[in-house]
Design a protein. Structure first.
Length: 186
């Protein structure tokens, strides 16, 4: 069943939408959560919470052409929130490491203007990624969106660890320079 038909089931409040979503995207969603949390039970809980959140958000949203991205964003935020709750236990070093890496090249603001600028910043980052080669973009997204480890990226694309590390380092530097030119970095 295609995404538009699944969304129609959500819109008509048909509970089979959840089981069809789980069949089609469950494994991918669990993987996103597991890459952040490194705990199967927590990842499964995030997956279930994602279905509930999707049920509550559709309607008003109608993600007919981007259902996986819609669900992926939900589960990613749920898993990150769970990770933050458990941060004091020091069990989530990878999330901390990746956050620190990106903090070096993406500015953070905690005020209202920061919230307003967030949309522009998002467009700027997307423009940067659009200017990169497909290989670089894929590696970057696998690392910082899906939270894949360096070795998982190497296995997926057949690169050496040093190549992936250097590629990511250079891309972070290029992103920082891009954001400086756009006026996001001081």
């Amino acid at each position: 069943m295609d995404d538009s038909q699944i969304v129609d089931l959500y819109l008509s409040r048909n509970e089979s939408a959840i089981s069809l979503t789980a069949q089609k995207y469950g494994a991918k969603l669990r993987r996103i959560a597991h890459n952040i949390l490194h705990n199967r039970e927590s990842a499964e809980e995030c997956e279930n919470d994602t279905y509930l959140e999707a049920w509550n958000r559709i309607p008003p949203h109608e993600p007919r052409t981007y259902l996986f991205a819609f669900l992926g964003r939900i589960i990613r935020h749920l898993a990150i929130d769970e990770c933050r709750k458990n941060m004091s236990q020091k069990r989530y070093a990878l999330f901390s490491e990746l956050t620190q890496e990106m903090h070096e090249c993406i500015p953070g603001k905690d005020d209202l203007m920061g919230e307003i600028e967030l949309n522009d910043l998002s467009h700027s980052i997307n423009a940067f990624l659009g200017s990169c080669s497909v290989d670089k973009r894929n590696v970057f997204v696998r690392r910082y969106w899906f939270f894949d480890t360096i070795s998982e990226i190497c296995k997926r694309y057949g690169y050496s660890q040093s190549k992936v590390k250097v590629m990511l380092f250079r891309m972070r530097e290029e992103l920082r320079e891009h954001l400086e030119k756009e006026g996001y970095m001081t």
